[in-house]
Write a protein that binds this ligand. Sequence first.
Ligand code: PMP
Length: 412
Amino acid sequence: MLDIDTIRNDFPILREKVYGKPLVYLDNAATTHKPQSVLDRVINHYSRQNSNCHRGAHFLSEQASAAYESARESVRSFINAQSPAEIIFTRGTTESINLVAESFGRKFVRADDEIIITQMEHHSNIVPWQRLCESRGARLKVLPMNKKGMLKLDRLSKLITENTKLLCVSYVSNTLGIVNPIREIIDLAHRYDVAVLVDAAQAVQHIPLDVQEMDCDFLAFSGHKMYAETGIGVLYGKQRWLEAMPPYQSGGGMIGNVGLRESTYAELPLKFEAGTANAAGAISLQAAIDYLQEIGLDAIVNYENELINRAVESIASLEGVIVYGDFPQRCGVVSFNLENAHPYDVGMILDKLAIAVRSGNHCAQPLMEHLGISGTVRISLALYNTPQEIDKLIAGVEKCRDMIGSRYVTTK
Ligand code: PMP
């Protein structure tokens, strides 16, 4: 059992009022709030040990470097990577995926090779692959979804050819909340010698991850969606891939020796971390991991599962509401529309009730096209949300329906 009152108390922003009302924050897939312990660790870093990592031999620089590397070790242990060399700090999921597209792409993707993505990806896991394919003369293939919002996995083995180099797939869809059967997908791709990149941006805060057990080749996530600061993220990569891949960006910190005509590069993981490190971000990520582990990941998973099931059942039971996706395992997210009401109108009315949701295409336009709509209202949960907040949402959606949708409602 989680002590939700204590947990809510850990997040200062949850004490803020919006339009004079208590905030109901249901936009956690966009970004989560930060507990006091994360904020304190960042302030402590800047107040007591701020210095440039891996640059100086003086006391503070060594302290900052040690703290940064200790954060890397926390991430390694959190996702059970084999070695800290496999943990690259980036700005977030987007940069992690761009790093692979640029570096893996330069080394391993040639004309007529193929990259497979899926129809449900976030734009961050689509556009870098389009650009790579364009620059290499490679082909982008798409694993489609069915009407229920599930990937058509029976098509995957037919899509793969001997030219397929990489499959890029999200663990959890940011729009539908479907949990893809990631082990099954990775096993299948590996049977054909295809490497797999997992976009775990919407999984890492809800599902315990074990990259060795998953056997993924790459995995990307963002700190800000798991209670840490913005501007910090992670790329996990199997060491043998990262060793073989060329640097992504170049400059200070990623070098061995620099001559005027040529240079050598640092060992992993620094080879992929050009420029001054975001030490405060990495430390905030370590603090967020500590926070989650102190509460207990199993307890969080159980609580969030109950909450999301309650949310989806209550929303689906409302007349005149369409819930998108019909699948066995859902995590964190519910997308819906009020019949004949624009999602932005629903979002605006909910906002006036101090309920923060997201309205729009959720950076997943191809998925919207598949659903035949331009957008949805999306709620996304975090460990500090409560059943009472779901009740407020339901009352809010009913109010929206009375204001803008009632004329059109068809009884289920
Ligand atoms: N992939 C998924 C599934 C996401 O939900 C997001 C964030 N909405 C991203 C990638 C991009 O994350 P970021 O903006 O933190 O780089």
